[in-house]
Write a protein that binds this ligand. Structure first.
Ligand code: FAD
Length: 408
């Protein structure tokens, strides 16, 4: 059978719709909110309401950035055989939206990383109670980044409440969201098995947003430091099982959320890099550079050869993104492919966006175009939800069959 590298037919209308939204709603306000860091992009309220409407009608599967439950995909998969489902739809629409603006996509109400965690692990009662909330996710602490198993924030059971104490930093949408999904340990001496996540609604006494960061890129997205000082939440706000299982199974479950969300970050990188490629191709052609897709790059101009090489690299990232999402839709274990997709797309997006600045010279560097902004925006995609080095570590462990204790 011939190999088709095009997007699946059934998802093309969704992709095209997302592209229109990116072009007509995100691009026009992109520079405004890059300059007005920490100002809330109110235009997104309308867009979020549209996405809510699509989700309620069932027509918007994959329209936003929310998570996907494996059990749901399985039931459908069992009935339908191999399928292109919500994960695939999500990566395709997110890539298009990030062709518009990554920072604005990250600021979309009710599409936070915390929403992915809730969608992935909350029980039926919690799903209902937390429906409609905009949830951010707080894992990182002043002393803990990549080594998330070492978090120090504690959650101690007191009657039918948990008392949370600690400090979280770099929480995306931490100020704007309605609730924060906080990772905390029930008992540090029990290691990673005792790490659980808790939904903490805004306004809960003891939770304080202390500051917002000033950043290199994605300035439209707020990034908050949050302190928890004897902050009490109902015991029923713990996501998943409260049991501390031997062997760290609970923690493995929490980490499994990333198998669904890493392809989404790969999609952000694919979209941002595509924006740079599209504009650079256009600027080069307007400057008289001839691109010939039927001849090797080596016999073309240096600028054309560089663009062709970047397009091929981008295609590799896109295919890994599609593969990881497709595997999730079909309930195949995809931890390695999710990390491969994020590692490749994160690296490629940084390389491509900066090389596009280089190829376009002063036009690339100036604020007259968005190329310099995309070079700044793309860097975070190779850092959050696991850095480039951490993704490579995960891939190496999987290939070599080594545990996290054996390969650090
Ligand atoms: C804009 C922004 C938004 C963010 N949003 C969120 C959010 O919503 N929620 C949240 O919880 N966190 C968030 N983060 C935090 C982000 O996930 C962390 O910055 C990231 O996990 C890296 O942690 P660190 O910064 O402490 O770096 P470190 O872990 O200290 O790493 C520093 C460097 O060492 C490398 N390194 C670390 N360990 C190894 C190893 N074993 N082998 C090889 N190299 C290694 C890393 O790759 C990196 O290059 C955000 C960060 C930023 C900047």
């Amino acid at each position: 059978m011939p190999l088709s590298l095009d997007d699946p037919k059934k998802l093309r209308p969704l992709r095209d719709q997302a592209h229109q939204v990116a072009m007509n709603m995100l691009r026009p306000i992109s520079r405004t909110y890059d300059r007005a860091e920490h100002a809330y992009p109110q235009e997104l309220d309308l867009l979020a309401a549209m996405i809510d409407g699509l989700s309620e009608s069932g027509a918007g599967s994959g329209a936003g950035a929310s998570g996907v439950r494996r059990d749901e995909s399985t039931d459908d998969a069992a009935q339908a055989g191999v399928r292109n489902g919500t994960n695939l739809a999500s990566v395709m629409s997110i890539a298009e939206m990030c062709w518009g603006d990554v920072g604005l996509l990250l600021s979309l109400p009710r599409q936070g990383l915390g929403n992915s965690a809730i969608a992935s692990v909350a029980d039926a009662e919690q799903q209902e109670r937390f429906a409609g909330l905009w949830a951010s996710m707080a894992i990182t602490e002043p002393d803990t980044g990549s080594d998330s198993a070492n978090i120090r924030t504690t959650a101690i059971l007191d009657g039918d409440e948990y008392v949370i104490n600690g400090e979280k930093i770099y929480v995306t949408s931490g100020e704007r969201s309605d609730a924060v999904v906080v990772w905390a340990t029930l008992d540090r001496s029990l290691g990673r098995a005792a790490i659980k996540s808790f939904v903490v609604p805004k306004g809960t006494p003891g939770m304080t947003v202390e500051r917002l960061e000033h950043k290199l890129g994605i300035r439209a997205s707020d990034t908050a430091a949050i302190r928890f000082d004897n902050c009490r939440v109902p015991a029923a706000n713990l996501l998943g099982s409260p049991e501390v299982e031997a062997g760290g199974q609970g923690f493995a479950g929490a980490m499994a959320t990333f198998d669904n969300t890493r392809p989404l970050v790969a999609a952000m990188a694919v979209g941002c890099a595509k924006a740079s490629l599209d504009l650079t191709r256009d600027l080069l052609q307007r400057a008289g550079v001839i691109l010939d897709y039927d001849r090797p790059g080596l016999v073309q101009s240096a600028a054309a050869a560089k663009l062709l090489q970047m397009e091929a690299d981008w295609e590799g990232a896109r295919l890994l993104m599609l593969q990881a999402a497709w595997m999730a839709d079909n309930r195949r274990a995809n931890a390695m492919e999710a990390s491969m997709a994020k590692a490749k797309a994160g690296r490629v997006a940084s390389d491509i966006t900066l090389s596009c600045v280089e190829l376009c010279g002063s036009v690339g560097y100036s604020e007259s175009e968005l190329l310099e902004k995309w070079a700044r925006d793309s860097k975070i995609l190779d850092i959050f939800e696991g850095t480039q080095q951490i993704q490579q570590l995960i891939v190496a462990r999987r290939i070599l069959g080594l545990s996290s204790a054996e390969l650090k």
